[in-house]
Design a binder for this molecule. Sequence first.
Ligand SMILES: *Cc1c(COP(=O)(O)O)cnc(C)c1O
Length: 239
Amino acid sequence: MATIAENLDAVHHTIESACTRAGRDPDKLTMVVVTKSADFDAVRQVLALGYDQLGENRVQQLKKVAAQVDELHSQNTQNSDKPAVHWHMIGHLQRNKVRQVLPLVRMIHSVDTLRLAEEINETAEKMDLCPRVLMQVNASQEPQKYGVPVGAAVHLAEQIETLPHLRLAGLMTMAPLTHNQDVIRTCFSRTRELFLEIKGERIVGSNFTELSMGMSSDYPIAIEEGATILRIGSAVFQA
Ligand SMILES: *Cc1c(COP(=O)(O)O)cnc(C)c1O
C-alpha cells in the first residue's frame, strides 16, 4: 500500500515530466490538495509534509476540516509559526452559503452566474473582504454540468469585472469523465483560448492570471494545455 508521501512523490514526478514536455517551470504551478475523500489523519500528514493549499467542494465539509486544521495548529505549539492553510472552494456554491465560506477561503473557483458573483460582491463588502474568484467554464458543453457556457463567458467576465469587492483571477474548468484524451485536451485548450481572449480584450486587469484545470485523472494534459492551478485529490489519498 502506498503512503501519502509516496503518492505525493509520484504526483510530483508526473508534474515534472509534463512540465518538461511542455517547456514549463513546475515551480510556477500551484497544487491544491483536494481533501474531500480523505480522513483527517491523512490531511494531517499532507500538512506535515508542508502543503498549505487545500480544497473542498462542499461548504459543510470545508468548514469542518478547516476547523480541525485550526485546532491542530492551536494544539501544537511547536507549529504555531507555521503558515496558515489556504482554502480553495472548488465546488458548486449556493448563494445562501456565501456568507459562511467567504471568511475561510483564499479563492472561490466556481463562480458561474452573475447572481452568485453579485452575492459574493455584496457579502465581501459587508465583511470588508476582497476575495479572488475564478469563473467556471463548461468547456465540454455537457448539459448537466455547472459552469458558464463558452459562448456566454466573455460577457459574464465583463459583468464580474464591474464588481468592486472581488477580483476575477482567472478561469476554472472540469474535463468530462472519459478516457478519451482528445476530448479532455479539447476541453482544456478551449478554456485556455477563452482565457487568452478575455485577457486580450482587456476586459480584465493584471490579476487575471490563473487557469484552474486538471484533476487526478487528467492533470498531465492540463499542464500541457497551460494550467496554473491543479486540483488533485484521489492521486494523493488513494491507498
Ligand atoms: C473532487 C474534485 C477534484 C479532485 O478530484 P480527484 O479526481 O480526486 O483528483 C477537483 N476538482 C473538483 C471541482 C472536485 O470536486
